[in-house]
Design a protein around this ligand. Structure first.
Ligand SMILES: C[S@@+](CC[C@H](N)C(=O)[O-])C[C@H]1O[C@@H](n2cnc3c(N)ncnc32)[C@H](O)[C@@H]1O
Length: 273
């Protein structure tokens, strides 16, 4: 068994670089333990864990997200989520996360088509959210809907909480590590869970995570999606391959599935049978 103090000191060493400081300590610790379990030494462990964290997180932030400026601009905005100044701010902010940015060209259709027939949303959790919670003004929300969002970054969840507070939305963002724990929220089942473009990302750490998430998330409905271009822009065959992969993941589970095809994203709406 590995000495807990040694593990903690490695966790601190990994996070002791600006790119990794805001990353969820629980995820960093789990990755450290995994690498030590392979018999790696101190330097190799730090390097391997940072590589993994880059793949699953920093790769989607080509440059550091400009939170200081976003906080300043947010403070100057009206407090009503539906005032005309809010959407342009959200669009601009969502550009700062690569994965969230890729959806902006079809954001309107994305939510109007995938959520049509669900009716007003009373409760929602956005899992591994990136900056997608800033798409709230495009969602058909019920008044005072309960909203939750989680990702591995403390600076991201801090900013999303400031956005919720500023606009008077009943929301809570928090850090999570979906590989090792599902978030425990007070609404069970939640009406809608979003798991957007996240399965392939998490599979880089744990190949069995897709099936686990699809069978254990307590939601009445889910939107699950896959990217159809890689971060580098290539996309040959991704739509067909991910469709095949998704069919395997969902096979035998009690979900009714509807497929939606957008230019950059393959989406499935899952509803309980
Ligand atoms: C491809 S991006 C998708 C972001 C967002 N869902 C969207 O589509 O706009 C994957 C997200 O997963 C987050 N992530 C990576 N590993 C995670 C983990 N173990 N638990 C929770 N989130 C994680 C990353 O920080 C990143 O924001």
């Amino acid at each position: 068994m590995t000495d807990p103090a040694a593990v903690q000191s490695l966790v601190e060493a990994v996070r002791n670089a600006p790119k990794y400081t805001a990353m969820d300590a629980g995820l960093v610790q789990a990755l450290v333990e995994q690498e030590l379990g392979k018999g790696r030494g101190v330097k190799e462990t730090i390097k391997a864990v940072r590589n993994k964290l880059h793949q699953v997180g920093s790769a989607y932030q080509e440059k550091p997200i400009g939170y200081a400026q976003l906080y300043r601009r947010l403070a100057a905005l009206p407090r009503d989520l539906h005032s005309p100044e809010i959407k342009p701010f959200c669009l601009e902010a969502m550009r700062e996360h690569t994965s969230t940015r890729e959806r902006l060209g079809f954001l309107e259709e994305f939510y109007s088509q995938t959520l049509a027939s669900l009716g007003p949303i009373h409760s929602l959790i956005d899992l591994a959210c990136g900056l997608n919670p800033l798409a709230l003004p495009w969602l058909p929300l019920a008044p005072n809907a309960q909203l939750f969002a989680c990702d591995i970054y403390t600076d991201m969840t801090g900013f999303l909480n400031a956005f919720y507070a500023h606009t008077g939305v009943n929301g809570r963002a928090f850090t999570c590590d979906l590989i090792h724990n599902l978030p425990d929220i007070p609404v069970k089942p939640v009406q809608l869970a979003l798991l957007l473009k996240t399965i392939p990302c998490l599979e880089q750490v744990d190949k069995s995570i897709g099936r686990r998430l699809l069978s254990s998330i307590k939601a009445e409905n889910m939107l699950v999606s896959f990217p159809v271009h890689s971060l580098g822009g290539r996309g040959k065959g991704m739509r067909t391959n991910y469709d095949q992969h998704f069919q395997e993941l969902v096979s035998g589970l009690p979900w009714q599935v509807t497929r939606f095809d957008f230019p950059g994203e393959l989406v499935y709406r899952l509803s309980r049978e």
